[in-house]
Design a protein around this ligand. Structure first.
Ligand SMILES: [Zn+2]
Length: 489
């Protein structure tokens, strides 16, 4: 009797496996032709890109997108997340900029740290010189927090170069406008924390280092910065009067309605009236929690490009999705992925609004995070969900508990939760992924980040590059514009 029962079980087991297998195979076979087509399409696009882009193609404008903390794993997980939001399995999806023809890997270390911070990395991208963690657009000989004699170490930023060359220039961010990444585009400071006047240390007062807020309003705007959109009223509002006195024709925006009602064709009337939009007291909200009075990154991107495209001058625009970094520091993958997807949609809009033959679009990150995606989840497994195998069974760890495919190598200690209910909420936006090493906050990673590029000069980005080379490569793409302008005179 017993062998017969065993045999029946075996048969049942085999037929279940066979059904699961055939469903999977059906899926793969349906896609079978597509894999071949994709390959052909990719090659056709590559060959077309090569033939469409002459070596002397000139960049008139550059739009540089920075995903703060947007590691390569963040890209993989975000593309699956966005694909699954659209009803796909996910893995086959591309974020918009992942279809760009040119890519490079970027080494992110600071001059004094193996694992970098945003101040040092963005300074490298903006000035062409790697520097110390915490230092804003000054050379590596500058000690952090030492104001005395520091001005001699200032390094000219891409936007400052742009003021001199009569480019329109702008910065858009979802962080405080005085935060490290945006600050490195227009300011110089021995310490990133000197954002507002009262954030400065005593030696900054004593030796005369201005706050980053003051440098924006009374330094960068008069020197030629045309547009700044982001958060950080807590540091900037003391300077609103100064802004309006200096620039009676300038434009000050305070909320989403101000931004959307801004007629970029008629305001500001005069060349010497810059645009300042400050939409929150501190950083702007995460996209998943965004209050209606705040614009999205995409809305800010649209207005900034509309404005610059309408002015008929060459322009340099830096756009930062700042809060990918903050979500990762909190060990919260859901918000990090949503912020990355919003960045991708903003890039797509920028691509749609500009011409491929005059605008170089670059998308990169300042540094990585300890974010990991692992295990053997089945194809199409919910990216925020617990790991399930090919048979759709929950995979258990050594302690008998489920686990998510996303996690962090370090961060806020949550410990292994001892109830399966904990994992039932893994797709909730407030879920915190598990961590390997307990620290007060998750840290940056030291690994390389990706760079994607499209447009004139994009082909110059390839292979493994030092982060400061991004600056020199952008100038190269632009100097071609100068050369061709001279030729035509
Ligand atoms: Zn960070």
């Amino acid at each position: 009797m017993r062998p017969i029962i065993s045999f029946l079980f075996l048969l049942l087991n085999l037929s279940c496996t066979a059904i699961a297998d055939s469903l999977l195979k059906k899926h793969w076979y349906q896609q079978g032709d597509r894999w071949l087509n994709d390959k052909v399409q990719f090659l056709e696009a590559s060959i077309k890109t090569q033939s469409d882009t002459p070596d002397n193609a000139a960049a008139k404008n550059i739009i540089l997108f920075i995903g703060d903390g947007m590691s390569i794993t963040t890209l993989t997980a975000a593309r699956i997340w966005q694909g699954q939001q659209q009803g796909l399995l996910g893995e086959e999806h591309f974020l918009h900029f992942e279809t760009f023809p040119y890519t490079a890997l970027i080494k992110t270390y600071n001059s004094n740290q193996q694992t970098p911070d945003s101040a040092g990395t963005m300074s490298a991208i903006m000035t062409g010189v790697k520097t110390r963690a915490g230092v804003i657009s000054m050379g590596p000989e500058q000690d952090r927090t030492d104001c005395k004699g520091s001005a001699q170490h200032n390094q000219k930023t891409l936007l400052e170069w742009g003021y001199e060359q009569n480019f329109d220039t702008g910065i858009v961010t979802t962080a405080r406008l005085t935060h490290a990444t945006p600050a490195a585009t227009y300011a110089h400071s021995p310490d990133r924390v000197w954002e507002g006047d009262y954030d400065r240390h005593l030696n900054a007062y004593w030796y005369g280092c201005d706050s980053i807020a003051k440098q924006l309003i009374e330094g960068a705007f008069p020197a030629g910065l045309d547009l700044a959109l982001g958060g950080g009223a807590s540091r900037l509002e003391n300077y609103y009067d100064s802004f309006q006195q200096q620039f009676p024709a300038g434009h000050l925006l305070n909320n989403q309605r101000d931004l959307l009602e801004w007629n970029t064709a008629t305001q500001p009337q005069s060349e010497d009236g810059p645009v300042l939009g400050v939409f929150s007291s501190e950083h702007m909200d995460f996209e998943m929690d965004r209050r209606r009075e705040q614009p999205s990154l995409q809305q800010m991107t649209q207005k900034a490009i509309e404005y610059f495209e309408g002015r008929n001058k060459n322009y340099l625009l830096v756009i930062e999705s700042a809060r990918i970094d903050h979500a990762h520091h909190n060990g919260n993958a859901a918000r990090a992925l949503a912020e990355t997807a919003m960045l991708a949609d903003s890039v797509q809009l920028a691509d749609d609004m500009t011409k491929d033959d005059d605008t170089l679009i670059i998308v990169t990150a300042d540094h990585s995070h300890t974010f990991v995606m692992a295990g053997y989840p089945k194809r199409g497994n919910s990216i925020l969900g617990i790991s399930k195998n090919q048979k759709n069974e929950v995979v258990l760890a050594n302690d008998g508990m489920p686990y998510t495919s996303l996690g962090y190598a370090n961060g806020k200690a949550s410990g292994r939760k001892e109830s399966t209910e904990h994992f039932a909420s893994s797709e909730d936006k407030n879920f915190h992924q598990e961590v390997g090493i307990a620290l007060p906050l998750e840290t940056h990673g030291s690994d390389d980040v990706a760079l994607h590029a499209k447009g004139p000069g994009a082909y110059l980005f390839s292979g493994l590059m030092e982060q400061n080379e991004i600056f020199h490569t952008m100038l190269q793409a632009l100097s071609r514009a100068d050369m061709s302008a001279e030729d035509s005179q």
